[in-house]
Design a protein around this ligand. Structure first.
Ligand code: LAC
Length: 225
């Protein structure tokens, strides 16, 4: 049986910490801390906007989280530096295991979709620049729903947009909140734990299985048919 696979983009296919190199020139040794704070705040803003019904594009959440991070860490970046960091967001790299893993899944006959908080143009650009856009059947953004993961409605939007259902569709994500969101609406979900430093939320809602990278996914899915 072929499955419909929803791949989370930022943090799963694409390494958001690809900005660290550019940040090293701007904030030196605090580049890693800056990147992590920026990413955490970006996600927090999506959660809060979703909860409050105050939707703004993911790019706005990212830009406002960047301003917050500068203030929080007392780093005075110029407007040009901030624009450079925002531009980097569309040229972030894919993780090393992604291209080969997607290719094998495509060959196995699965339908592959990118499924993200990003707006369609942003998702298209980052996938294209990372050299993996052609491996997908399509892109599904939360934007038409005007909310963010893990609102249950956006997972239903994925199923509706791809003509799939919770028996045939899987979420593949490194973000535990995303996995829990999908499992809660009845989808199956693979958690991609690339590092032991990545901790799963102890909510009693486990992933269907855990893998260390996409190379393990084809075989794991084979066992689920
Ligand atoms: C995404 C967020 C979770 O790509 O980073 O949907």
């Amino acid at each position: 049986m072929a499955f419909t696979l929803a791949f989370d983009v930022y943090g799963t296919l694409i390494n958001t910490h690809g900005v660290v190199t550019a940040l090293q020139d701007m904030v030196g040794e605090r580049a890693q801390l800056f990147s992590q704070t920026w990413r955490d705040k970006q996600l927090e803003y999506t959660f809060r906007r979703g909860l409050m019904g105050q939707y703004e594009h993911f790019g706005i959440c990212t830009a406002q989280a960047l301003d917050y991070t500068c203030a929080h860490l007392n780093e005075q970046l110029t407007d040009t530096q901030k624009q450079q960091l925002m531009a980097n967001y569309s040229t972030l790299p894919a993780f090393d295991d992604v291209h080969a893993g997607l290719l094998e899944l495509q060959k196995a006959g699965h339908r592959l979709f990118a499924f993200s908080n990003g707006v369609p143009d942003g998702i298209e650009a980052v996938l294209k620049n990372a050299g993996i856009r052609d491996l997908f059947d399509g892109v599904v953004s939360v934007d038409p729903i005007r909310s963010f993961k893990p609102n249950p409605v956006v997972y239903q939007h994925f199923l509706d947009s791809t003509g799939s259902n919770s028996d045939s569709a899987w979420l593949v994500s490194s973000n535990p909140f995303d996995v829990i969101g999908a499992v809660t609406v009845g989808m199956r979900a693979a958690w991609v734990q690339r590092s032991s430093a990545s901790i799963y939320d102890p909510w009693g809602v486990p992933p269907t299985f855990t893998i260390e990278g996409l190379q393990a996914l084809p075989q794991q899915l084979e066992l689920q048919k």
